[in-house]
Design a protein. Structure first.
Lengths: 337, 233
């Protein structure tokens, strides 16, 4: 049957074309007013929620260490990026990527700093200690002068556009997906599967735990930067424990260990509360009930550990068509071609 | 090759390993036998750096290895097949082996993997399968194969026969013997004393954390006391 399952020769080209294609479709939808201004603006929070969820999935789903301080890293990245753009005076499209990368690096640095002591712990203890670190970051920001303290940081330029969000979502997905599929990614997965065995196999577990944690924190920082330049104001109280929980809900709902699941779930959970605005005060009740229902009927999350691959989908589709053609033609020599 | 001198290991206030000293020479199969809770696994974990000894010395190939991280020991040629197999459940069989050879180059891994598949044809048949779906015996073979991927000089095995059907136990022990014939030194911890003694050169008997006897394996098989205590009469 090998003839039926021909692989598309260049997955890279296919993925690149579909990424550009999807972007053009989105732009066309906005341009020709299929999406109204409000809906087009919704694409931005969907984007940074995808980045937040996928990055948290790296440490919660793939590394298997559950942190509860993701909002802390998001705020570090957000403040770092915002403070940079407020001091630089470059064209927006040069300044923003520089600021986002800077925000991501600062957040990743914090990730290393916090990860080194925190990752000695596991499970509930790691969750509690990262929760603590998240709160410490928030309180420090609250009490510093250059961050604006409790007033928040005002006057950040509105620089985040759908295009920039789209670019950074693609960068995030590509980086984390490539990482997971590499030898380093398998080392990270094997730590999730069995830390002692991983160590016995010669994998430096501390190094990989901190690495994954730092990359996770770094992308949270990038999302924070996009968030800051979208709202144009940063308020430390929005980066509390509840924000970390919301991100975790997205990840768990999509499926721990499924990048595709995180993307679907981040999109759904960003749109859902908006769609439910019509139900006014019952909005959060419906939202919660939906979450409970998913956890009862699909405890591994919407997608479990499933990953969507456009190449595989097309190959599968083609194989199906070929099978059908062969059946019509008698089917006796189906295995021959 | 491996020399353990006067180690004392505690779990909190429980003194699990008391003044234990022993050594393994190159090319030997040495087995530690003893009842549940005698401290066999604790000793292996201490050697591989997962637990710490309060006193004493452990040296491997002439170098002190106390305080060396577990993954660095693997680099030096000391492999540990932990108790209960501990394969990477959700990775494929091949990925498990690949991770076993984490420290080596891709081309070295390809050669060693061929060698592992030659020893374990069953594992090769299932190389694309998710490791968690393998049977107990296949998982044990995979765990053993994974440890061989680092091309170890000394393999420490913790209860390879645990939970396996007698036929599989025989197979596993045959393979251990073969490995030894091919030049790998083996430190074997077993509750199945009869099997262990049948392939080992030397043996240490542990009782509640203390070594109470040291002898050539053939001698122990004839020893009345040992027969009564560990071999069922």
């Amino acid at each position: 049957m090998s003839g039926l399952n021909v692989k598309t020769p260049s997955r890279y080209a296919l993925n690149a074309v579909s990424v550009v294609g999807l972007y053009l479709v989105l732009m066309a939808l906005i341009r020709y007013r299929v999406l109204n201004r409000y809906q087009a603006l919704m694409l931005i929070p969907i984007g940074f929620n995808i980045i937040l969820a996928v990055s948290l999935n790296l440490s919660a789903g793939f590394l298997g260490q559950l942190p509860l301080g993701h909002a802390g890293f998001m705020s570090v990245g957000g403040y770092a990026a915002a403070l940079l753009t407020m001091r630089l005076n470059l064209p927006t499209n040069v300044e923003l990527p520089i600021a986002l990368v800077f925000g991501g690096l600062v957040a990743a640095g914090f990730g290393v700093l916090i990860g080194l002591p925190a990752l000695r712990l596991k499970g509930d203890y790691l969750a509690i200690i990262t929760l603590g670190f998240g709160e410490i970051i928030r309180v420090i920001i609250l009490n510093l002068d250059f961050t604006g303290g409790a007033y928040g940081l005002k006057g950040i330029g509105r620089k985040t556009t759908v295009t920039w969000v789209y670019i950074f979502v693609v960068v995030t997905l590509w980086t984390i997906n490539t990482l997971i599929r590499s030898r380093h990614g398998r080392a990270i997965l094997s730590i999730r599967e069995d830390e002692i065995a991983a160590e016995a196999a010669g994998i430096p577990t501390t190094y990989y735990k901190v690495l994954a944690f730092a990359i996770s924190a770094g992308f949270a920082g990038v999302a924070g930067g996009l968030y800051a330049h979208y709202l144009s104001i940063l308020d430390p109280s929005t980066f509390g424990f509840m924000r970390s929980c919301e991100i975790l809900v997205i990840v768990v709902l999509g499926g721990l260990g499924s990048i595709f699941g995180s993307v679907v779930s981040a999109t759904a959970l960003t749109i859902l509360p908006e769609m439910l605005r019509g139900f006014a005060e019952y909005r959060m009740v419906i939202y919660s009930l939906l979450l409970i229902a998913v956890m009862i009927f699909k405890p591994s999350g919407l997608c479990g550990k499933y990953e969507f691959s456009l190449g595989d989908a097309i190959d599968g589709f083609n194989a199906g068509i070929r099978r059908r053609i062969l059946k019509k033609g008698g089917g006796s020599d189906a295995s021959g071609s | 090759m491996l020399k353990v001198e006067n180690i004392n290991v505690y779990y909190g206030s429980i003194h699990a390993v008391k003044d234990v000293s022993f050594q393994v020479a190159e090319g030997e199969i040495v087995t530690l036998i003893g009842a549940n809770g005698a401290g066999k696994s604790t000793i292996l974990k201490t050697i591989s750096g997962l637990l710490r000894s309060k006193t004493g010395k452990i040296s491997f190939m002439g170098e002190d290895i106390i305080g060396v991280e577990a993954y660095n020991l693997t680099r030096r040629g000391l492999a540990h097949v932990p108790e209960g197999r501990r394969i990477f459940q959700l990775l494929t069989v091949e990925e498990n082996l690949e991770m076993g050879g984490y420290l080596r180059s891709a081309s070295e891994n390809r050669d060693t993997m061929k060698d592992v598949y030659r020893r374990f044809p069953r594992v090769e048949e299932r190389k694309r399968q998710i490791a968690g779906t393998l049977s107990g015996g296949e998982q044990q073979m995979l765990a053993l194969g994974r440890s061989l991927m680092s091309a170890p000089k000394l393999v420490m095995m913790d209860e390879p026969s645990m939970g396996l059907a007698p036929v599989l136990v025989n197979q596993i022990f045959d393979i251990v013997k073969e490995l030894n014939d091919a030049g790998t030194t083996i430190l074997l911890v077993e509750q199945n004393a009869r099997m262990a003694l049948s392939i080992a050169h030397r043996c240490y008997v542990l009782e509640t954390g203390r070594i109470t006897m040291e002898a050539a394996a053939s001698e122990l098989l004839d020893n009345d006391e040992v027969r009564k205590a560990y071999l069922g009469g």
